[in-house]
Ligand binder design. Structure first.
Ligand SMILES: O=C(O)CCC(=O)C(=O)O
Ligand SMILES: [Fe+2]
Length: 363
């Protein structure tokens, strides 16, 4: 199965060209496109999109800056560490994030039952990747979840940091919003069913940084098998491949993101809102033959050997309630997804992967 590339341009143009009167009416070809979006998300947990507003140049500018940052000595980077805020802003050093498959026994049982060819790599400990967390978009003036909405951290000596992060982050959020709108139409929900819940969400630009000089051996697991706890994740193209995803039918697939395209992945909050109709996509990041080829090429061109992902986690607003929406409320699986405040849900999930104090969650 191939993941199709959906060009968002026709949908964006229709939003611009429609006058107020027929703004809610999409023509048949666009409705079909929306159905393709929701069907692909349901079947594969992923989607490739082309958004004319997010160019390969934008992506490169972001990656260049992040490579420079991750190349800095560890003691410099640790100045941006905010462990007391459970790493929800600033840097997360390697060896902190724990892959879900290492700690979730139910998941481990499911993995054992998978055909061998589709089994994920087995992580032996926390992920050896660093990460930087940068909140994007406006924060709610009043929220019960202050920590998820903390002030940003800017490293010294990076004068373009804020502009670069905000500009790339906002572009990626715009792409997620269009996909969310198209998916809502495709799922037979109100067009703004998802986007209205995303307003002032704690969206996170959260690039990972993995040092391929130290961790470039085939089979090294940068990010152990897991799902993302947010609504939709979007990634620009990484300069080093290595992402494997699992389709709904259990098949494992290596993702190739074409130049100029973005990769979308379904998160747990989308699973909740669709009552399990669309499930959170499982994935891992591992050093493969193709990663090693890219390492050799980079070495020959004297380029950085830090693998940077341009990951952005799109979230549902912390104070909004997650529950199956519209017709999904009466689906047979709906009772598996009881109403829960998005912020509470996030805190519970973070405690499992080591990014939130467990005691506070239990209290
Ligand atoms: O490093 C990547 O390419 C993605 C890592 C990932 O899956 C995540 O950050 O949740
Ligand atoms: Fe992930």
């Amino acid at each position: 199965m191939e993941i199709p590339v959906i060009d968002l341009a026709p949908y964006l143009e229709s939003l611009e060209n429609h006058d107020c009167a027929d703004k809610n009416e999409l023509d048949l070809s666009l409705k079909n496109l929306c159905s393709e979006v929701s069907r692909t998300l349901r079947d594969t947990g992923a989607l490739l999109v082309k958004d004319p507003r997010c160019t390969a140049d934008d992506n490169d500018r972001f990656l260049d800056m992040m490579e420079m940052y991750f190349e800095m000595p560890d003691e410099f980077k640790r100045r941006q560490e905010r462990s007391h805020l459970h790493y929800q802003v600033g840097v997360t050093p390697e060896g902190v994030e724990v892959p879900r498959s290492l700690v979730d026994e139910e998941m481990q049982e499911k993995l054992k039952a998978m055909p061998e060819e589709f089994q994920p790599s087995t992580p032996t400990g926390p992920d050896p990747k660093w990460r930087y967390m940068w909140r994007v978009g406006s924060r709610p003036p009043v929220t019960r979840f202050k920590e998820l909405n903390s002030e940003p951290v800017i490293p010294d000596g990076f004068p373009t940091w804020k502009d670069t992060m905000d500009s790339w982050g906002n572009k990626m959020i715009s792409a997620i919003e269009v996909v969310a709108e198209m998916a809502a139409v495709g799922f037979g929900l109100q067009k703004d069913a998802f986007t209205s819940l995303m307003k002032q969400g704690p969206h996170l630009l959260a690039p990972t940084g993995s040092d391929l000089r130290r961790h470039g051996q085939i089979g090294t697991v940068f990010a152990g098998y897991h799902y993302d706890l947010n609504f939709l994740t979007i990634h620009g193209r990484s300069r080093f491949p290595g992402l494997n995803i699992w389709l709904r039918n259990g098949q494992k697939m290596e993702v190739k993101v074409p130049v100029g395209c973005l990769l979308i992945q379904t998160g747990k909050q989308l699973e909740w809102l669709t009552g399990g109709d669309c499930i959170a996509g499982m994935h891992e990041v591992v050093v493969t033959d193709r990663t090693v080829d890219a390492i050799k090429l980079s070495l020959s061109q004297n380029r950085s050997l830090w693998r940077v992902s341009s990951t952005l986690f799109g979230h549902i607003a912390s104070d909004a309630v997650l529950k199956p929406l519209g017709h999904f409320g009466s689906s047979p699986l709906a009772s598996k997804y009881p109403p829960v405040c998005a912020g509470e849900f996030v805190e519970q999930e973070l405690s499992v992967i080591n990014l939130k104090g467990k005691k506070e969650v239990a209290s």
